[in-house]
Design a protein around this ligand. Structure first.
Ligand SMILES: [Zn+2]
Length: 325
């Protein structure tokens, strides 16, 4: 809470520089044209995760009204079991003929007929924050008036900031990681992390939806019926064991023309794609499989089909000479 208010103080030197770059600019040298020119700069937008969005925009994302577009009309539901808040009714942001708008059963059991509010214009946001009193430095919590717009952020001192309609962007990287983590935790049913636990099922009973997934109490234990995403033990093992999948694909004898002849391993840097490929390559099963020859070829940064083909053919030739066939 205190940090939110002091960040304006920490950022003030940056704002001074940005104001100078916008109003006057600085003279810099263009090494290509060999001339001096005046360089101006503006802050276009910020890229951050959702908690940082609160710090940078001045909008409170901690209580129930977390959506800065819906504000006080944010549609939320306080879950009884687990005491979490769920945000519902987001189908209103879809087109009115979107199939999801008719899916009553898959959501909270009711049709969403509300219309999405228009996004706040930059002037509207400025009008909301311009009257908020900002107290710099460390102050007591009791002095802060509860308001969803908590402060006028120092970026509004930039002459153009109140004219920019998109000032804050949520980084895809953070969203992707959170969504990915939650899906994996739920698929693998990791205890303590999965969202599909007993409390979630009890909330279904409370809300009177998805009868087939509601917990069924037996004498000493409670049975949680499997959902469409529930994996068996074998499926979970297969999910984790990419090596088995790759090896089986390579060693599987079939005349099916629909089976792909190339298997791509894709993913972010550092995930272990090369390690996985190396494990499969060194697997003894590959040696006894249908291949006459196997080789490991590197593809360089400047990718060229002809060069790669030449490298592969040369590698095969060397192997054949070694084997003597
Ligand atoms: Zn909203």
């Amino acid at each position: 809470m205190v940090w939110i208010l002091t960040i304006n103080v920490y950022l003030s030197p940056l704002i001074e520089d940005l104001k100078f770059l916008w109003d006057q600019g600085v003279e810099v040298f263009d090494a290509y044209e060999k001339v001096n020119f005046n360089l101006s700069a503006l802050l276009f937008c910020t890229i951050n995760d959702f908690p940082a969005y609160e710090n940078l925009s001045g909008y409170s994302v901690k209580r129930h009204n977390v959506c800065s577009i819906c504000e006080e009309n944010t549609s939320y539901h306080q879950l009884k079991h687990g005491r979490k808040t769920s945000y519902i009714g987001n189908q209103r942001f879809l087109k009115c003929n979107h199939p999801y708008c008719r899916l009553k059963k898959s959501f909270n059991g009711s049709y969403e007929d509300k219309v999405a509010p228009p996004p706040l214009t930059s002037e509207a946001v400025y009008n909301r924050v311009c009257k908020v009193n900002v107290a710099f430095g460390k102050i007591q919590k009791k002095n802060i008036v509860k308001n969803i717009w908590k402060k006028k952020f120092i970026f509004f001192e930039l002459p153009y900031w109140s004219k920019c309609d998109v000032r804050h962007c949520i980084g895809v990287m953070h969203v992707k990681k959170n969504v990915y983590d939650n899906i994996i935790d739920m698929l693998l049913n990791i205890k303590g992390k999965t969202k599909d636990a007993i409390n979630a099922r009890k909330n279904l009973v409370k809300m009177g939806i998805l009868l087939e997934l509601q917990p069924q109490p037996h004498s000493k234990w409670i049975y949680l019926p499997p959902a469409c995403h529930t994996l068996s033990k074998f499926e979970k093992l297969s999910f984790c064991d990419c090596k088995t999948i790759n090896t089986n694909w390579l060693t599987f004898e079939t005349d099916n023309p629909n089976q792909p002849s190339i298997l791509s391993i894709v993913g972010m840097g550092g995930l272990g794609k090369t390690t996985l490929a190396q494990h499969v390559y060194n697997d003894l099963k590959i040696d006894y499989a249908k291949f006459d020859i196997k080789d490991w070829v590197y593809v360089f940064y400047h990718f060229h089909v002809l060069t790669v083909t030449k490298i592969i053919l040369e590698a095969i030739l060397i192997k054949m000479m070694i084997v003597g066939t």
